[in-house]
Write a protein that binds this ligand. Structure first.
Ligand SMILES: Nc1ncnc2c1ncn2[C@@H]1O[C@H](COP(=O)(O)OP(=O)(O)O)[C@@H](O)[C@H]1O
Ligand SMILES: [Mg+2]
Ligand SMILES: [Zn+2]
Length: 259
């Protein structure tokens, strides 16, 4: 036995202790090895057999990298396809000022929506011009993209009047856009009812929405319910109100607050 060991030069090893590793919860045998040959011959090495900490660290790093990549892909796609006014690009929940109790309540409801987001519940933000409806909707997309949900923000007046120019310059086809509209987890249709009817009619949009069955949509509008019903027609209106929470913002125009 002794002679065979010497022949194949198995490192000499002494079990130092056994314990349950705090990091990985595995049963670990801590062993001292003495390197049998080579330039490091005779050196003592401590090995923790059974410890999986290193594996777990590597798996976590890979997972984080994947999640970062996925998130930046979501953001790229969002920025590429969304139609947003420049004044709203920096809008976040953090820079939404709570200037009165109405805005405070609106933000609380928005936070609750984000918290319980289930990819199904819709939201209608209703109120005067400049009360932060678009600001809050953008903020929602930003928060949900942090949680890996795919979002799209479409300013409807922009979509209907500038679709050709905006999308043509990027080389985005109508089919491609319809496809994105259909599959995102959250679609924001901003300023519904304010759009002009052009080549891209409301009926086309609602046709597309029909294919988003059970997926979440946020609508914002300056119109009253009656006006909205008239603009989008009764059938589309009742479709919009299906499984939809309404947040009414009765506040002042943020931009004219100081006048
Ligand atoms: N409470 C607020 N805090 C900070 N900025 C706001 C607030 N409300 C509106 N704004 C800003 O004012 C501008 C108009 O708001 P917006 O969200 O477009 O209003 P709405 O969609 O209700 O017409 C945007 O630039 C927005 O970022
Ligand atoms: Mg708006
Ligand atoms: Zn361990």
């Amino acid at each position: 036995m002794e002679s065979i060991k010497q022949h194949i030069k198995i490192p000499k090893h002494n079990l130092l202790q056994t314990f349950v590793c705090d990091g990985c919860n595995q049963y670990v045998s801590q062993t001292e090895l003495i390197i049998p040959s080579g330039p490091r011959e005779g050196e003592r090495v401590i090995a923790n057999y059974g410890c999986r900490c290193e594996d777990i660290k590597l798996a976590k790093a890979a997972e984080q990298k994947y999640s970062r990549l996925k998130r930046s892909k979501l953001m790229d796609s969002f920025n590429y396809y969304s139609l947003i006014n420049d004044s709203l690009k920096e809008a976040t929940l953090d820079n939404f000022e709570l200037l009165d109790s109405n805005l405070k309540r609106a933000k609380e409801k928005v936070l609750a929506y984000i918290h319980s987001f289930d990819r199904k519940q819709n939201l209608l933000l209703k109120g005067n011009y400049g009360t932060g409806k678009s600001h809050l909707s953008i903020s929602i997309t930003k928060e949900l993209m942090k949680r890996d949900y795919e979002c799209l923000f479409l300013s409807l007046p922009k979509l209907f009047t500038k679709i050709k120019r905006t999308y043509d310059t990027k080389g985005i086809t109508e089919d491609e856009l319809l496809n994105v509209i259909q599959h995102v987890d959250l679609l924001v249709l901003d300023d519904i009812g304010a759009e002009q009817q052009t080549e891209w009619s409301t009926s086309k949009l609602f046709e597309t929405l029909d294919d988003r069955s059970g997926k979440a949509t946020i609508y914002t509008t300056n119109l009253s319910s009656d006006e909205l019903k008239e603009r989008v027609n009764e059938r589309n209106f009742s479709r919009m109100m299906d499984n939809t929470n309404v947040i009414v913002i009765n506040s002042l125009d943020y931009r004219r607050r100081n006048f």
